[in-house]
Write a protein of this length. Structure first.
Length: 440
């Protein structure tokens, strides 16, 4: 199914609907071959190229590949040279500083004082694993105030889950164009080239760089066939291409390093494509939440939008979970997230509003927090006092959107993360002042 949404420029952008579907799309009629992938002579003198996001022999349900039909082979470029930008983008192994069990929280970062685009404006908080082992993740934030002009980027280390927090992103990819706003996500596959422009002049947001198995929709289990995220709400771009014979810098991330080469043309010259590997955007407001209608409240796993699994069933390389607007109705129940210690490690961010476990302030949109394996955490004192004394009646948590990257692996912070002035050194104090219980 094809859908349309308005763009910053006012025109309608077209999309294809359906997560994990096999798509076909052409910007020029007749550009797609019929009944074969690699004909002897593709139409219009185009070049057929397969982009494989999984091993050739991966099971059909997990196999991700697309065929691209482009003006020139993407192999037509010179040698890569080391790239000196992206000064705060780090990769595994994360060993700059010793790992710490301490709970951490950061204030939002300031806007750059000089022109900085999406790539050079990336800063890494923490991560786990190693791209060379194809396991683990990294948590970043981007703060940018300039378009990517005359340059493109692709990540050979992992796919990127991008969450705008302030300002829209206009993204040109080899597969076509997408525009993503705060409250939406963009899932960019490993190896896909893209360029980011800023319709609002500046933009800030979060990124999960996934070195492991590609993100997919979680199983619903006893929830049944509906609720949570639906395949039909994930939108892929339709084919669109640039025919420009102008130099373009192409930067790639490869085993944690950054490399640059120059094409003599635009890398976004794909006239048609078909397959199962594609970028997606998703409006998080379409997530259908479920919850208790009697007592207690379920685990936060019911809010999982996407998951990157491991070989241990139910134990994720990364779960991407959200905490969106929803009704709370449970009887005789402490409704905010409870105090807990978790074998999984949790990196959190806030898109807008106020997180319902931190009503005492300090966790602001654009900020972040980290609670590693078995570190005790939960509501601050102000939230606890209100939640234990308020009259319980149906209540709508509204005008908020928080999220969590949850992983079986411990997050190791970067040197920047433990030394930046944005680190809130008084974070532990949110749990001081609780009165002692008196069972006697």
């Amino acid at each position: 199914m094809s859908v349309q949404t308005p763009s910053a420029a006012g025109e309608e952008l077209h999309y294809l609907s359906g997560f994990g579907a096999a798509f076909e799309t052409e910007a020029v009629a007749g550009a797609l071959p019929v009944g074969r992938n690699s004909p002897q002579q593709p139409a219009f003198g185009l070049y057929a190229e397969q982009l494989s996001g999984s091993a050739f022999t991966a099971p059909r349900l997990e196999n991700r590949r697309s065929w691209l039909y482009r003006l020139r082979p993407s192999a037509q470029h010179g040698a890569f040279q080391p790239y000196g930008g992206a000064p705060q983008w780090r990769s595994g192994p994360f060993d700059e500083v010793p790992p710490s069990p301490n709970r951490m929280r950061w204030s939002p970062l300031d806007w750059p004082s000089r022109p900085t685009d999406f790539i050079d404006g990336m800063t890494t908080y923490a991560g786990s694993g190693d791209p060379s082992a194809q396991s683990g993740i990294a948590a970043h934030i981007y703060v940018a105030n300039a378009d990517m002009v005359g340059r493109a980027f692709y990540n050979a280390d992992g796919e990127m889950l991008i969450l705008p927090q302030d300002g829209r992103l206009d993204v040109w990819t080899e597969f076509g164009r997408l525009q993503v706003a705060p409250g939406e996500l963009l899932l960019m596959p490993r190896g896909v080239r893209f360029r980011v422009s800023l319709p609002d002049g500046q933009a800030r947001g979060y990124v999960c760089e996934n070195y492991g198995a590609h993100f997919r929709l979680p199983e619903r289990g006893p929830i049944g066939s509906n609720s949570m995220a639906s395949e039909r709400d994930f939108l892929a771009p339709v084919a669109a291409y640039e025919d420009r014979d102008e130099p373009t810098e192409v930067i790639q991330k490869f085993l944690g390093g950054f490399w640059s080469t120059t094409f003599d043309h635009s890398p976004f010259d794909v006239v048609a494509w078909h397959g199962t590997l594609t970028p997606f955007k998703y409006d998080i407001a379409r997530f259908a939440t479920v919850g208790s209608i009697s007592i207690d409240h379920p685990d936060p796993s019911i809010f999982t939008v996407l998951t990157s699994p491991t070989d241990s069933p139910g134990t994720a390389n990364c779960d991407f979970a959200i905490f969106p607007p929803r009704w709370m109705v449970a009887e005789d129940t402490f409704r905010p997230p409870w105090f807990h210690r978790n074998v999984m490690s949790e990196f959190m961010g806030l898109i807008h509003g106020e997180y319902d476990a931190k009503e005492g302030g300090g966790f602001d949109p654009g900020g972040a927090s980290l609670h590693n394996c078995m570190s005790g955490h939960g509501p601050d004192q102000a939230t606890y006092e209100r939640a234990t004394t308020v009259e319980l009646k149906p209540h709508k948590i509204d005008k908020t959107l928080a999220f969590m990257f949850e992983s079986r692996f411990v997050f190791r912070p970067t040197r920047w993360a433990v030394e930046t002035p944005a680190m809130q050194l008084d974070y532990d104090e949110v749990w001081t002042g609780f009165a002692k219980g008196s069972p006697k």
